[in-house]
Design a protein around this ligand. Structure first.
Ligand SMILES: [Ca+2]
Length: 413
């Protein structure tokens, strides 16, 4: 019995390996003859649809001819990691000493490109460098997947069909306009390309030619890549010289009743409620900006006010952790600030399995999470906050181990 690994233990074992990125071969999905035939039907049908939309037959053929399923894409798309990385671990990696040093070196090596971008766009160089560092390690890691094959596999698989097909239509537009050659179209498994890791629709909408050679080359031209990132932020409302995010302290007994991470209010009103900057005083011109209060690791971790520029970063990548990572990497590159500390390292985020257990228990207790999917989203947070509020706990909606234990104890009692 000691030597028998139960199915559950084996799943945990696999999940642990997946979390460490070791399982590509363990999970290799086989492509059956039926799959290959089904893919071929989708492939030839999509080629016809490209031509029906006005894409030149030669371009449609160059794009789609001979494509096969890439089983590695199916593996990645179906593996949901069991462990959720704590935000403090993410930030330590995003703004690590190595990434800071490499960022400074990249700025030295590409000073000319950065000056060309600064001449055209009013976006701070350190922010653009930080995005560059997080997206592609300053142009070092852009992805080696055949982009069209990756997107075709995702489209055929069905879970992401409308996303993947719209990206493929944008690829056809890129080829039609001569922005890229078919063989150059390499990227991440999920369809992100170049030093900025733009998906094709973002490329078509936001990529620009900064170095003046007539091509929007986010692969080989640092000026084009960084300028394209600056253009995206500008369109998203970036305000130069304005704050991105500020660490704040909350007064004792702060009332989370009206709080929501989406609620924006003037700094002056937050100040009346007792919010203070963690360091220094609010500048007079910042008092009438609006900010959202973020507590990404709950009420026992650091708190932040996120301003309009933070939301512009989330247009780039819709993740609070990502936007914090860009902001702090930029500050560390400029030598301004260290990473925030005081994280609740004993209160880590729940695994997917625990999250499903939490959702089940909350729902049984009458706090409907609107489904049991192992993902803590707005509905689960709202249910958790209602539970916390009814049980005399701080209603921060943070689904860590402490909240999990409290809900499980109530469910057992
Ligand atoms: Ca160019």
């Amino acid at each position: 019995m000691d030597f028998v690994m139960t199915a559950l233990a084996f799943r945990s074992f696999l999940a642990a390996l997946i979390g460490l990125g070791w399982t590509a071969t363990l999970h290799a999905q086989e492509v059956t003859d039926a799959d290959a035939a089904s893919f071929e039907a989708w492939r030839s049908g999509f080629e016809t649809r490209l031509v029906e939309r006005g894409v030149d037959q030669a371009i449609a053929t160059a794009m789609m001819e001979g494509l096969e399923i890439d089983p590695r894409i199916l593996d990645r798309d179906s593996n949901q990691p069991e462990f959720v990385r704590p935000i403090w671990v993410y930030l330590n990696g995003a703004a690590s000493d190595v990434r800071v040093a490499n960022g400074r070196r990249a700025q030295e090596n590409h000073a000319e490109a950065l000056i060309a971008v600064e001449d055209q766009f009013d976006v701070e160089t350190d922010i653009l460098t930080a995005i560059w560092g997080l997206e592609s390690a300053y142009g070092e890691i852009m992805g080696n997947f055949d982009l069209v094959r990756s997107l075709a596999t995702l489209a055929w698989d069905g879970r992401r069909r409308s996303f993947a097909e719209s990206q493929l239509f944008a690829v056809a537009d890129m080829l039609t306009n001569g922005y890229a050659r078919r063989d150059d179209l390499l990227g991440s498994w999920a369809g992100a390309m170049g030093q900025t890791q733009f998906i094709p629709t973002t490329y078509m909408a936001r990529a620009v030619d900064v170095d003046g050679d007539g091509r929007r080359d986010i692969w080989r031209s640092e000026a084009d890549a960084l300028g394209s990132a600056a253009n995206l932020l500008t369109v998203a409302g970036w305000e130069a010289e304005a704050p991105v995010v500020a660490e704040v302290t909350l007064p004792d007994g702060f009332d989370y009743g009206d709080w929501s991470p989406r609620r924006r209010r003037a700094v002056s009103l937050w100040a009346i409620d007792g919010l203070k900057l963690a360091e220094g005083e609010w500048a007079a011109e910042d008092m009438y900006r609006t900010g959202r209060l973020l507590i990404p690791a709950g009420s026992n971790g650091p708190a932040f006010l996120a301003f309009g520029n933070f939301d512009a970063l989330m247009e780039y990548n819709n993740s609070t952790a990502y936007a914090l990572g860009v902001a702090y990497l930029a500050r560390r590159i400029s030598g301004e600030a260290d990473l925030p500390d005081g994280w609740p390292e004993d209160d880590v985020p729940l695994t997917r399995t625990q999250a499903r257990q939490l959702q089940t228990a909350l729902t049984e207790l009458g706090y409907d999470t609107q489904g049991i999917d192992g993902r803590i989203g707005p509905n689960s947070r709202a249910a958790l906050r209602a539970f916390q509020s009814d049980n005399g706990l701080v209603a921060d909606g943070y689904a860590g181990r402490r909240a999990f234990n409290a809900v499980m104890a109530a469910a057992a009692g």
